[in-house]
Design a protein around this ligand. Structure first.
Ligand SMILES: NC(=O)c1ccc[n+]([C@@H]2O[C@H](COP(=O)([O-])OP(=O)(O)OC[C@H]3O[C@@H](n4cnc5c(N)ncnc54)[C@H](O)[C@@H]3O)[C@@H](O)[C@H]2O)c1
Ligand SMILES: [Zn+2]
Ligand SMILES: [Zn+2]
Length: 365
């Protein structure tokens, strides 16, 4: 992946003038630039304009730069995570007003369509995951949030806001797509394949259910060491291609009750197929760009369940409650800080995690 594009760091003559702002723009072909863009305006009565205070970069932003997400077209401002201050609201917004501090959800929901009524916000007919994808996102000075009443969360007075950036996407993703779909239960055995921010978010939230074993798998020893500090009972470095054997040896040759895929490549999904125990669950989280072989000839009689999910962010209020009650410490996932104006360096640091040790980078506007 190319991480550098034409970088426009010098302020343009327009910068600072009313109506312009800076934004990280996807230019196609792996290229991006931090450049001037018009400040977004309210276009529907349900919109809010949020001034971004802190944002971050997701593995999915790297997928977009690689061209894996066709809905994200060149010219798009990236980013679907962050916190900020409401700058302006449309006439139909009732929950928020100018000056309110808010958490932005990566998923936009109208609250009223057939999918929202089923709490499947990811498939909202007038929303879903559109931010930093089909509409301009949060890696900018300002962002337009459609359906603001049902797509933002209030930040409490005096609350430390930085850890809340982890609630826009990664914590609900790890929890909903991995832990809840994987039906983790007290005393059960779990393997999480992929120890990036998403796999680690699944690890943190899996512990709500007291599984007996959580085995983390990755190629990156630094990330595995972090996973053990975060509560993994075992770590398997799969660089030698023998993860299956190692996990079977750790589970009396039975396999695990829940195998969570948190990478997004065929090899890691197929590893989950090989290590799931009879009666177990494979919970896919990864964004896949290539077909995967489903070995039904080995799995048809094993009574397993396989789930896929785009995060709905339906668990965000629960996760916020758990954070506010001191049951989860998401700030542990933050490794680096940058100014928003240094976002090109932040992308380089994030994309080269094996050498930089980056998990989540905070960008301060
Ligand atoms: N389903 C959803 O709603 C949703 C939401 C957000 C992110 N995602 C996806 O979740 C996945 C993980 O996201 P992330 O931000 O943690 O990404 P990441 O790239 O930071 O982490 C992936 C990890 O997988 C490891 N890895 C790569 N190849 C491996 C292999 N062969 N065996 C074992 N480990 C391997 C890497 O070393 C890395 O630590 C991505 O595919 C992302 O797009 C899905
Ligand atoms: Zn994301
Ligand atoms: Zn809806």
């Amino acid at each position: 992946m190319t991480t550098s594009g034409p970088v426009l760091t010098a302020p343009s003559p327009l910068h600072g003038a009313a109506g312009t702002m800076k934004a990280l723009v996807y230019l196609g072909d792996g290229k991006k630039a931090f450049q001037d863009k018009p400040k977004p305006a309210v276009t529907a009565p349900t919109d809010a304009i949020v001034r971004i205070v802190k944002t971050t970069i997701c593995g999915t932003d790297l997928h977009i730069l690689k061209g894996d997400v066709p809905t994200a077209k060149p010219g798009r401002t990236l980013g679907h995570e962050g916190i900020g201050v409401v700058d302006e609201v449309g006439s139909a917004v009732t929950t928020y007003k100018k000056g309110d501090r808010v958490l932005v959800s990566c998923v936009t929901s109208c609250g009223a369509c057939v999918y929202c009524r089923k709490l499947m916000f990811s498939h909202c007919l007038d929303g879903g995951w559109i931010l930093g994808n089909a509409i301009d996102g949060t890696q900018a000075d300002f962002v337009r949030i459609p359906h603001a009443d049902t797509s933002l969360y209030p930040i409490l007075k005096g609350e430390d806001e930085e850890p809340l950036v982890m609630f826009s996407d990664i914590l609900p993703t790890g929890y909903e797509c991995g832990v809840l779909n994987g039906r983790i239960a007290p005393g059960s055995t779990v393997a999480i394949v992929g120890s990036g921010p998403i796999g680690l978010a699944a690890l943190l939230t899996a512990q709500f259910y007291s599984p007996a074993e959580i085995i983390m798998v990755d190629l990156d020893q630094k990330r595995l060491d972090i996973a053990v500090r975060f509560g993994a009972t075992k770590a398997v470095n799969s660089t030698d291609g023998k993860a299956k054997e190692a996990i079977l040896a750790l589970t009396d040759n039975v396999g695990v009750d829940t195998a969570i895929e948190a990478v997004g490549i065929p090899a890691t999904f197929e590893l989950c197929e090989q290590i799931v125990a009879p009666g177990g669950h494979i919970a896919n989280i990864g964004v896949h760009g290539k077909p995967v072989t489903l070995h039904l000839e080995q799995l048809w009689d094993r009574n397993i369940g396989i789930t896929t999910r785009l995060v709905d962010t339906v668990s965000t209020p629960t996760l916020l409650k758990l954070k506010r009650a001191g049951k989860i410490f998401p700030e542990k996932l933050i490794t680096h800080h940058f100014k928003l104006t240094d976002i090109i360096s932040a992308y380089d640091t994030f994309a080269n995690a094996a050498t930089t040790g980056a998990l989540k980078v905070i960008l301060e506007a």
